[in-house]
Design a protein around this ligand. Structure first.
Ligand SMILES: Nc1nc2c(c(=O)[nH]1)N[C@H]1C(S)=C(S)[C@@H](COP(=O)(O)OP(=O)(O)OC[C@H]3O[C@@H](n4cnc5c(=O)[nH]c(N)nc54)[C@H](O)[C@@H]3O)O[C@H]1N2
Ligand SMILES: Nc1nc2c(c(=O)[nH]1)N[C@H]1C(S)=C(S)[C@@H](COP(=O)(O)OP(=O)(O)OC[C@H]3O[C@@H](n4cnc5c(=O)[nH]c(N)nc54)[C@H](O)[C@@H]3O)O[C@H]1N2
Ligand code: SF4
Ligand SMILES: [Mo]
Length: 695
């Protein structure tokens, strides 16, 4: 038997852990985490381990398909790749000729391989590159920009060396990033304290020293009271604040009414418990991390929750500190050159973005913009018509709220393309499906991971595709050739890698030993004196000019969230350890682990409604309804009804997932219109749902 080992990158979620695949007779036979990758220690999560099941699954798009019936009807014509790429190029070109290049919109899942996508969109001449983030972490990103002047990924979470970690709206042990899980586990072994603030008990909360079950949507009140205690009892880091924080006086004045006693009435957390917690936290500073959150597209004040978290970290002196949030290093911090950017092959398009970011909304990060506002532009043709949309490894019909409204919007498009390795609602509704090879069957462009010790890494093809699917670079260079984007018309992945490495002093041979090339010998904690916040003053700014200019308050007064009417609940959602978003529920192995979602309800409330544990109930929201098993528990706040996102699939091509559980995104009528003008992200938990017995 011929066997070999291939370094690659997991693609079961967006974390993209480095992996090592065993390949026997040309077929992947075993997967593990890359043993050379710090913090991975050879581990994979359950989803990563199910990668072989994805490759071996026949219920995924196997060849290019052109729509033959109505949109969403499921009638397809199987075509060759030549025909598929010719057709796609032709239709994109038609839109380009008729409405201009800017009428083409593209969205992806962000991440380290996006340079290729950005190059393609720039090559087309469109400013409308976007990603999923308005439905995920945009509030954190914009919060970081508003206080530091740089983005959320310019600091890292030094979990391993932390003395106290606070997780608020963050379920770190189930919403997994393998390195983060390992790092926090080893910190806990070393005596690090863990505090969890959630609306329900999670696996993470079971490992916590303190667990606060807050009333849904009142985290801002909790945090304002924390700031109150830090400032009024002089528990904050005064030296750090004196050197690095601007406008502390304004904060002191603003925070006065927000006492722990006041917060108790909002959050349900006893004032003395909050004070005790803040004292303990302050005792461990600066080696503390209050995680700013990840999936924060939840409330209309989530942006201010994230801001308050960054402010708390600053008051604890943890910004830049070992065991806190030290600064991410780039190759240039070690006098090394970063990868050459493919996007720089083309000039930056001059047109304004369709989503208004950068001009109508100058306070938002123009990088990927805000996709829900681009959808709005499709609907209204303001500022101009957007007529073609490429959803690239992205399923907006499941990842954005109110599927009916979004389908109405997509009907206005002349051309909708989906590039995907699994079936999705968006692919099913497209004019053409371009099937990507799953990650084990494709290589990707080189990527750089910034951090304490930055490194380059790559995804190799571990086995040849089982079906007529293609790698990203094959699809995009194929289109580039047809659309006249000559600089991007590379002939091979080796040519792309060579281009990227040009000037870096690194060669492909350097990846052979471990699949990665480290750019530093040791992790580097940069000294505060060397740091520059990218704000106008060079300090952490509590008052953000960009917000104030838009008449948006930097320090926003608290507003109490509405209480759900009798018989109704605030919708709440999140992840589970064995699925990724909506795209693994049909994976044979993972479906075997968890085939459907259940509805978490508070036991006392459920019993009052005469609902039995395990009973099927109906959930209803404005014309949409679904059937789901109730799970009664004391460990969820009475106002919330929680379900894991990603279930309730209705596509006949996914036999295992079909009809199982409920899709939370369908229970959010008008959800595309509910977003925060300061943070930019959608507010997906600003919806109440009715729960009814069936019997
Ligand atoms: N109602 C509601 N909405 C939500 C959420 C929620 O909890 N509730 N969660 C939000 C969050 S946090 C996010 S990040 C978004 C996610 O929204 P999406 O980004 O749409 O979610 P995925 O399921 O990850 O979609 C990825 C799609 O890309 C395809 N794909 C192609 N290639 C690859 C690959 O190499 N790797 C992977 N992983 N996929 C590939 C998959 O088959 C899948 O169809 O949804 C958001 N929307
Ligand atoms: N296994 C797995 N891991 C993943 C993913 C996946 O799909 N599966 N997706 C990845 C992605 S794209 C993301 S964005 C991250 C998300 O990572 P997280 O944001 O940590 O995950 P979630 O489960 O969305 O939400 C975390 C918690 O917020 C709680 N919550 C809901 N409402 C409130 C509230 O009002 N207040 C408080 N304090 N808590 C509340 C939920 O109960 C949940 O436990 O996970 C990543 N990792
Ligand atoms: S967290 Fe799990 S699924 Fe995500 S990349 Fe890592 S191993 Fe793969
Ligand atoms: Mo996300």
């Amino acid at each position: 038997m011929a066997s070999r080992k291939v370094y690659s990158v997991c693609g079961m979620c967006t974390v993209r852990c480095p992996i090592l695949a065993d390949v026997t007779n040309g077929v992947c036979s075993y997967l593990q985490g890359n043993p050379h990758a710090a913090g991975i220690n050879g581990a994979l999560c359950a989803r990563g381990a199910a990668g072989l099941a994805l490759t071996n699954d026949n219920e995924r798009p196997q060849f290019p398909l052109i729509r033959a019936g109505e949109r969403g009807e499921g009638k397809w014509r199987q075509v060759s790749w030549d025909e598929a790429l010719d057709y796609t190029a032709e239709r994109l070109d038609q839109v380009r000729q008729q409405y201009g290049s800017h009428s083409i919109l593209f969205s992806d899942r962000g991440g380290p391989f996006r340079d290729l996508h950005q190059a393609f969109v720039r090559g087309l001449g469109s400013p409308n590159y976007s990603n999923h983030d308005a439905s995920c972490a945009r509030n954190v990103q914009h919060a970081a920009l508003s206080v530091f002047g740089f983005g959320r990924k310019d600091v890292v979470y030094d979990l391993k060396n932390s003395r106290h970690v606070v997780l608020q709206t963050r379920n770190l042990f189930e919403a997994i990033n393998v390195k983060e899980v390992n790092d926090l586990m080893s910190a806990l072994d070393n005596g690090c304290k863990l505090t969890v603030i959630d609306i329900r008990a999670t696996v993470t909360s079971t490992k916590a020293d303190k667990f606060f079950m807050v009333r849904p949507g009142t985290d801002y009140a909790f945090n304002l009271a924390v700031i109150h205690v830090l400032l009024s009892r002089d528990l904050y880091d005064q030296t750090f604040a004196g050197l690095w924080i601007k406008d502390l006086g304004r904060l002191q004045e603003f925070i006065r009414p927000y006492t722990p006693e006041w917060a108790e009435r909002e959050t349900g957390i006893p004032a003395d418990a909050l004070v005790g917690f803040v004292r303990e936290l302050a005792a461990s500073r600066p080696a503390v991390i209050w995680h700013p959150g990840w999936m924060t597209a939840r409330y209309t004040d989530s942006f201010h929750v994230c801001r308050s978290i960054y402010i708390i970290n600053a008051l604890l002196g943890s910004i830049g500190a070992k065991g806190g949030l030290p600064f991410a290093n780039k190759p240039s911090d070690f006098e090394r050159k970063g990868l050459k950017k493919l996007a720089d092959l083309f000039p930056k398009p001059e047109q304004k973005r369709a989503d208004g970011v950068g001009w109508r909304y100058p306070h938002f990060d123009a990088g990927p913009g805000l996709l829900h506002l681009a959808f709005k532009a499709i609907e209204t043709e303001d500022p101009y018509p957007v007529k073609a949309y490429i959803a690239y490894r992205h399923d907006p019909l499941m990842g954005f709220p109110d599927q009916d409204a979004l389908k109405r919007i997509f009907r206005k498009l002349d051309f909708l393309v989906s590039v995907t390795f699994s079936w999705s609602d968006s692919a099913w509704f497209s004019d053409i499906v371009l099937p990507l090879s799953p990650y084990l069957e494709r290589e990707s462009i080189l990527a750089c991971k910034n951090g304490l010790k930055p490194y380059f890494f790559l995804r190799h093809r571990a086995q040849e595709p089982r079906f007529d699917t293609r790698a990203d670079w094959e699809i995009l260079t194929g289109l580039a050739k047809r659309l006249g984007l000559a600089p991007l018309a590379f002939e091979s992945i080796e040519d792309i890698w060579k281009f990227q490495l040009n000037g870096t002093g690194v060669s492909m041979a350097d990846f052979e030993a471990t699949g990665m090339v480290s750019l530093a010998e040791q992790p580097l904690y940069r000294k505060m004196e060397e740091l520059k916040f990218k704000t106008p003053s060079g300090k952490i700014e509590l008052i953000c000019d960009k917000l104030e200019k838009q008449e948006l308050p930097s320090l926003k007064p608290y507003q109490s969230p509405a209480q759900p009417p009798e018989g109704m609940f605030r919708i709440a959602f999140g992840r589970c350890a064995v699925h990724t978003q909506g795209h693994t529920v049909n994976n044979p192995l993972l479906n075997g682990q968890m085939a459907e979602n259940v509805l978490w309800l508070n036991r006392a409330v459920g019993e009052k409604m005469k609902i039995a544990d395990g009973e099927q109930v109906e959930v209803i929201s404005n014309g949409h309804s679904g059937r789901i098993k109730a799970m009664l528990t004391d460990l969820i706040h009475p106002e919330a009804a929680f379900m894991v996102h990603g279930f309730g699939h209705t596509l006949p091509v996914e036999i295992r997932a079909f009809g199982k559980g409920v899709a939370d995104n369908c229970l959010m009528p008008g959800g595309l219109e509910i977003w925060d003008p300061a943070g930019g992200a959608l507010a997906l938990q600003e919806h109440f749902i009715t729960v009814r017995r069936l019997r």
